[in-house]
Design a binder for this molecule. Sequence first.
Ligand code: DLL
Length: 438
Amino acid sequence: MPHRNCFNPAVETAPREHIRSLQLEKLQKQAAWVYDRIPWYRERFLELGVKPEDIRALEDIRHLPFTDKHILRDTYPFGLCAVPLDEVVRLHSSSGTTGKPIVIGYSKRDLDVWSDCVARLVVMAGVTPADRVQMAFGYGMFTGGFGLHYGCEKLGCMMIPAGSGNTERHLMMIEDYQTTVLISTPSYALHICEAGEKMGFDWSAKSLKIGLFGGEPCTPGMKREIESRMRIVCTDNYGLTEINGPGVAGECLSSREHQHIAEDHFLWEVLDPITDRPCPEGVEGELVLTMLDKEAFPMLRYRTHDLTRVTTEPCACGRTHARMSKVRARTDDMLIVRGTNIFPRQVEDVLSGIHGVTPHYRIVLDNETGMDRITVMVELQPESFSDSFEQMNHFKRHIVDRLRHSLMITPVVKLVEPGSIERAIGKSKRVEDLRVKE
Ligand code: DLL
């Protein structure tokens, strides 16, 4: 029965030994491909004293060089391209926070593999060819729009390429075209939900039934909120520009806390971010991904900076591909405040356990007073507002206590009105670091 729910059942439910032997075969070919065609890789292989033919087992991947964003920047724009540029049929890029963007190219075959991976995660969420899918990701250099678009089209869905922004138009389209699936970041979905409610939408009477989210962490609280208010089922999918974009991993309806990695195309490692040693299965570490059959811009051992854990335990859905837990933190989003390490995820976890606050928050760091200060803006649910100063102050003290307990430092908490924290149309920005560095 599970086969009915897979886009590519033979591959998605293959015995694990088959997956591993396919991975080895592809890894050997991919290593030879980059060695023969990309000077940067050949030099690194030579420096490390390794040749593609030295790969005899999957574990030998440890002898291969790492790649990261810096290497893509250093070789910008086409230094890591392994095919003649006239065989590149698409470019995407990701802006990152500093300097030049990174750019990734795709051959015709690469696009085919990519849309296949995306079609899998779409089917995992319960989408069928009869669905009408409305896109709220941008169609630009960002991989979200085009990536999910072609995956859904491959499945045979009716695509509604609305793009990002213009919330009122999105609501009108949901109504007029009887949209059944919404694709967006979770924060924008919540914004569409709220905007619809303000216009008098009764979501339970609408056609929408599935939300396909990704591109940013979806906290359990946010997911619950969207599912109950919009009366839809939401699944999360993970990916990054350097590894095609969306389609690396997707959430099935049996394992809501995990996402199946498309292991026939991506070889995963979970490494201790400090020692680079492999973490035992199930232990959190940095996800490092190797593309197994990328023609144009093949990334070997790409350091995602995303923290996760992976399990190869069987899943009730029947898929045999390993599952990664939801990414909620990155190795590089740790904040150091007065010498204490803080992850935004800690703030999120505390707030999601407090009744009466919304999933929207913002962390502001400053050092105006000469010392680092962390302020957490917490948005209240309408029913938590009170005219009583005493009551509001009590609530605020309660939040400060809970945060202090988790963060080990005392934050300033500001309670703000419902709707006052800006909603993002793409990925939301939770942290604003205004500290003046000497
Ligand atoms: O965000 C690709 C994508 C688009 C995935 C749409 C899914 C849906 P980038 O802009 O390069 O690519 O950002 C990649 O975003 O390393 C993670 O830190 C984060 N990220 C992406 N998806 C998730 C997710 C796209 N589902 C970076 N949960 C990654 C948590 C996510 N974080």
